[in-house]
Every structure is written in structure tokens, then in C-alpha cells.
Design a binder for this molecule. Structure first.
Ligand code: AHR
Length: 498
């Protein structure tokens, strides 16, 4: 067992940890929406799965992105409103709904169902409009249908469909992966399309660009692409500068780690890929900074998480959800905390049944995966001021990379400091010694919890054993010099210091 050392610099503020950084993503793909969030008219309340709604509400998820993903740029929102029996059945260019189904979309779950789901869960909706195969008029009409309170045909249509007041949808994504499934556009081409869409969508707000609505452009893991996009979209010569509030990218990892035969090396490699998130955030922020200030334009990672070889289109991108995956989520949430000066939102993919979902369903059963437990533990960071941590940690050589075996992030809320520690090492325990500047830990009150102690990190999680992955008390020792915690292999700890 070797020691890691963490110092929490309580006065070195980075920025507020926006609650939206704990956001989620749901797409019409496999069993995410149908069977996951919603069943049919006969299930529970109005078709919503109460068990899933309760799990999401308990987690107080701040924001939910919908309807895609690639699906978004092939989706025409008017297909999914009004009496269900009149809604057209369409082919789905990208995904089947369910497993082994034809790639078709019934449109039974549409805008009103989604926005009412958000109301039930108590979360903010984030709608992704169709740029690839749609037009700005369609996108602006969607804003009007959802939000407009006046006397127009579209606002009346919403009222006739059961919602008198506007829904007040604030977050509007204009396109998804438009460098790929969203139209295979060059950065300049997307920038021009984006400006056109932003003009009409943004003007819905008091005919002013972008007043209360928050407009989101979808970037790429190729940062030269992002730079060229930003240059073009911000070119004052073409009109209003920067009609955007956030720039996003997507980062998936673990594509070479077969969960069923993962082994320790496969897991280490996946973590190295997960930790690349740090570099992506730095580089996308730099692409923004080159032509604007990151304070004005936030960074969103609106799809992220593990994507293992088991998850293929024909099984609705389903893969087992293990402690291994959950540890990678903890490592990424720490990275988001370190970048809270630029991060405005993130959306892990995808909420239910698909990829690194937090919740899985099987018939009438719904249960929380280990990743859900990590989000629950990290919830105490939400809304706090993130502060700098210095970390000395043992590392392991993984190819050309050094994998840090211990991770940490910290935040402050008034007189309370919250610290998360991860032992990313699945082979060995590590003792972590912690010092908190300005606090005599011998005098402080300390509560500590740990996730996954004694668990097999690649154990199958199902309805029967899901509750055994909840947090347990963690023993820590404190004195005037600091705090010390022994972390078993592959565990995550949350420590509150008052
Ligand atoms: O989340 C699955 C897919 O991954 C999304 O549809 C797409 O945006 C991304 O490539």
C-alpha cells in the first residue's frame, strides 16, 4: 500500500460547479425512451414509468437533453404532437427502438410527453433541434410551440394538446454532431448554418438574439474543427457576433474494453481514455478563447461515458453497467470540477438502458447502476465553489501514458468543504493523506462515506443486488496535521468537513 497526498486549497476558487454539470441525455434509441422512460398508455401514470421517474427525481437531475443524438437531425417535431392515433410512423435513419426491431419511430413519445416527463422529474429540458435535415423555420416554430404565451396557431396547438402555459424551455441545441451524422458539414458550413438557425430561433425571444434562450452549438473532438467553426461563427463582418452561449463536444471511451473479458489492463486503458476529457476541455476552451472569452461562452460535454464493444446498434447500444464504469464517471466528474471556470453543463449518455445509463429496466423492474451511486455521492458538489487541489499520487505505466491511481476534487459551501477521493486502482488499496488549508482537522467535524468497498468491480448488477452498491460509512483518522483514509481498490469516497 502506498500513500497519496492531497492538499485542498480552500481559498483558491476555480468557479461555481453548475448543477447542470450533472445532467443527462436521452435519445430515441433502443430501450432508452420506449421501455425506459415511457411504456405506453397503459403503464403507470400516463405511460410514464413511475419507478424510473422516481429514481431520476430522487437524484434531482438538473437537466435532460432530448431527442438525440443523431436522431435529432432526422426528427421533425410536428410528427410527435397531437392525438397519438394521428401521429405518423416514420423510418428512423439511425436507430431501432427496442432491441431487434425495425428502425422505425412510432412518434408515440413526442414533445409534450418529454416536457411533461421533465415536469414530473423536476428537471430542465434541453431540446436539440434538427439542423441537418430540417430548416430554421421548423426550429423557430418548435420554440414557439413550446414557449409562446400569446395568441398564435402554434401556441393554441400546445394548449389544445393539454398545456395551457408555455413550458419555458431555455436550452436549445442547434444540431448534433453536424461534422458527422448531422450532415457531414465542414466547420465553416456548420457555422453558416448555425448562424442562420440562431437568427430565427434566437429571435423568438423578444425579437432579440439570444436573450433568455441559451443557444448551443455542437463541436467536435477535433479541435482544429472547433477553432474554424468559432472563427466563422464569430465573424462580426457577417452580423451579430457570437449568437451562441455554449459550445459542446462528445467524448466516449472504452471502445476496446470488452466488459465480459475486461481484465485489469483493459480497465486501465479505459481510464486513460476517460481522463482525456481533461485535455478536451482545455482545448475546446482554448478554441473559444481564441476568438471570445470562455466566460461568455460555456463548455458543455453533452454526450459522454463508456461505449464498450458490447454496445452495438442491433442491441440498442446496451452494455453491462459495472463498478469499473462507475469509477470512470467519478474520475470524469472530478475533471469537470477542476474546470468549473468554463463548464456549464454535461449530459452523460444515456439515462436509461443505453450505454452508460444510470438506470436499467427489465419488465417491471428498474434499478440503479453503480454509476447512479457515483452521481448521488457527487451531488454534494452541485452549486458549490470548486477549489484547487494539489495531488501527489502513485501512477502506473499504461502504454505511453501514466495513469494516476488516485483522484480528487474539492468544493466549498460556506463553512463546509466537500472532498471526493477515488482509488482508481483495481489491484491495490491506497492510503490518502489530506490537508485542508485553513482548517484544523483535529477540531473539525468529519463525515465520510465510501462506495464499492469489497465489491467485485466487474460484477453483474441487476434488480436483485443493485442495493448492495449504496454508500457505506468510511473510517477516517484526523488530527491537527490532517486526515487520512484507507481506500480499498476500486472505490470512491465522499468526505464532508465542517
Ligand atoms: O449516443 C449514441 C450516439 O453517439 C448519438 O446518437 C450520437 O450523437 C453519438 O455519436
Amino acid at each position: 500500500m502506498s500513500n497519496a497526498h492531497v492538499t485542498v486549497h480552500t481559498e483558491a476558487a476555480i468557479g461555481r460547479i453548475e448543477p447542470e454539470v450533472h445532467g443527462h441525455f436521452s435519445e430515441h434509441l433502443g430501450r432508452c425512451v420506449y421501455d425506459g422512460l415511457w411504456s405506453d398508455d397503459t403503464a403507470d401514470t400516463d405511460g410514464f414509468r413511475d419507478d424510473v421517474v422516481d429514481l431520476l427525481a430522487d437524484l434531482e437531475i438538473p437537466v435532460l437533453r432530448w431527442p438525440g443524438g443523431c436522431f435529432a437531425d432526422d426528427y421533425h417535431w410536428e410528427d410527435g404532437v397531437g392525438p397519438r392515433e394521428d401521429r405518423p410512423r416514420r423510418r428512423n435513419l439511425f436507430w431501432a427502438q427496442g432491441i431487434d426491431e425495425d428502425p422505425e419511430e412510432s412518434n408515440a413519445f413526442g414533445t409534450d410527453e418529454f416536457l411533461q416527463l421533465c415536469e414530473r422529474v423536476g428537471t430542465e429540458p434541453y431540446l436539440a433541434a434538427n439542423v441537418g435535415s430540417g430548416d430554421p423555420q421548423e426550429a423557430a416554430n418548435w420554440v414557439e410551440y413550446c414557449n409562446y404565451e400569446g395568441d398564435t396557431e402554434l401556441a393554441d396547438r400546445r394548449r389544445a394538446n393539454g398545456h395551457e402555459d408555455g413550458y419555458g424551455v431555455r436550452y436549445w441545441g442547434l444540431g448534433n454532431e453536424n461534422w458527422g451524422c448531422g450532415g457531414r458539414m465542414s466547420p465553416k458550413q456548420y457555422a453558416r448554418e448555425y448562424r442562420r438557425f440562431a437568427t430565427y430561433v434566437g429571435s423568438m425571444d423578444d425579437l432579440m438574439l439570444d436573450e433568455d434562450l441559451e443557444l448551443i452549438a455542437c463541436g467536435f473532438e477535433n479541435h482544429e474543427w472547433n477553432r474554424l467553426f468559432m472563427e466563422e461563427v464569430g465573424e462580426a463582418e457577417w452580423g451579430v457576433e457570437f449568437p451562441l452561449d455554449h459550445l459542446t463536444l462528445h467524448h466516449y471511451y472504452g471502445r476496446t474494453m470488452n466488459v465480459d473479458e475486461a481484465g485489469e489492463e483493459g480497465y486501465d486503458q479505459m481510464l486513460v481514455e476517460a481522463l482525456e476529457m481533461d485535455r478536451h476541455i482545455e482545448r475546446i476552451a482554448a478554441a473559444i478563447d481564441a476568438v471570445a472569452t470562455t466566460r461568455d461562452i460555456g463548455v458543455i460535454i453533452d454526450e459522454w461515458g463508456t461505449w464498450h464493444p458490447e454496445a452495438v446498434a442491433s442491441n440498442g447500444l446496451e452494455q453491462p453497467g459495472t463498478v469499473f464504469d462507475a469509477l470512470s464517471a467519478a474520475a470524469v466528474l472530478d475533471i469537470f470540477n477542476h474546470h468549473s471556470d468554463v463548464m456549464t453543463m454535461s449530459n452523460i449518455a444515456q439515462t436509461v438502458n443505453v450505454l452508460q445509463c444510470l438506470i436499467e429496466t427489465d419488465g417491471d423492474d428498474a434499478w440503479a447502476r453503480p454509476t447512479y451511486r457515483v452521481f448521488d455521492l457527487y451531488a454534494s458538489h452541485k452549486g458549490n465553489e470548486s477549489v484547487r487541489t494539489s495531488l501527489e499520487t502513485p501512477t502506473r505505466d499504461v502504454g505511453e501514458d501514466d495513469l494516476p491511481l488516485v483522484g480528487a476534487s474539492a468544493s466549498v459551501d460556506g463553512s463546509e468543504t466537500f472532498l471526493t477521493l477515488t482509488n482508481l486502482d483495481c489491484r491495490a488499496a491506497h492510503t490518502v493523506d489530506v490537508g485542508v488549508e485553513g482548517i484544523d482537522l483535529g477540531e473539525a467535524s468529519v463525515d465520510a462515506e465510501v462506495l464499492f468497498a469489497g465489491q467485485d468491480p466487474d460484477a453483474e448488477v441487476d434488480a436483485g443486488n443493485a442495493d448492495s452498491f449504496t454508500a457505506e460509512d468510511l473510517d477516517v483518522t484526523t488530527d491537527g496535521d490532517g486526515l487520512s483514509a484507507d481506500l480499498e481498490p476500486a472505490t470512491v469516497a465522499g468526505i464532508t468537513i465542517r
